[in-house]
Design a protein around this ligand. Structure first.
Ligand code: ZN
Length: 169
């Protein structure tokens, strides 16, 4: 999606409101496919000296898989942003994004901001019991009375850290 910022060049240093939607391709992250609802962007743009500033809020819902029970899990994503676009920007080295002509491409910026805001892992619900395998594991590894009340680590926390140790790819 490209934002036409012609007006901003005609009246520099003035904020113009915009509202648009960006569609993101599914992303492979850590062996999982994350999909996204259309991202709603709302805010203003302005130009000064060939630098375009786009600021506002973006919102979407990311769809992944619960790290505990492997069922579908959603994560709402909301980001307040203020980004610069420059004609000569090197996106690999600069903090600014690149634009050409009178159009500012929003796809790359949106994807970058959304990915940065994703949770480290998805959970279908707070306190998810986990998969059948996980429940069986817990049943076969009951908390001994000696551990009860131990302030060091909750047994479920230990299990979590086990699950987090994914093999390197
Ligand atoms: Zn779950």
């Amino acid at each position: 999606m490209e934002l036409d910022v012609t007006k901003a060049f005609l009246t520099p240093a003035t904020n113009f409101p915009f509202e648009t939607t960006v569609t993101l391709e599914p992303q492979e992250i850590g062996g999982e496919t994350i999909t996204f609802d259309p991202v709603a962007l709302r805010g203003t743009y302005s130009a000064y000296d060939n630098v375009v500033r786009v600021e506002g809020t973006l919102e979407t819902i990311a769809h992944g898989v619960c790290a505990l029970c492997m069922q579908p899990a959603d994560a709402p994503v909301k980001v307040d942003f203020s980004e610069q676009f420059r004609r000569d920007a090197d996106e690999l080295e600069d903090t600014a994004f690149r634009y050409e002509g009178k159009n500012v491409p929003l796809d790359h910026m949106t994807l970058t901001l959304v990915l940065l805001e994703l949770p480290i892992r998805f959970e279908c619900a707070e306190g998810c019991e986990g998969s059948e395998e996980l429940k069986a594991w817990k049943k076969n590894n009951p908390v001994s009375s000696a551990d009860v009340g131990a302030p060091t680590q909750h047994p479920f926390e230990a299990l979590r850290s086990l699950l987090n140790e994914e093999p390197e790819q």
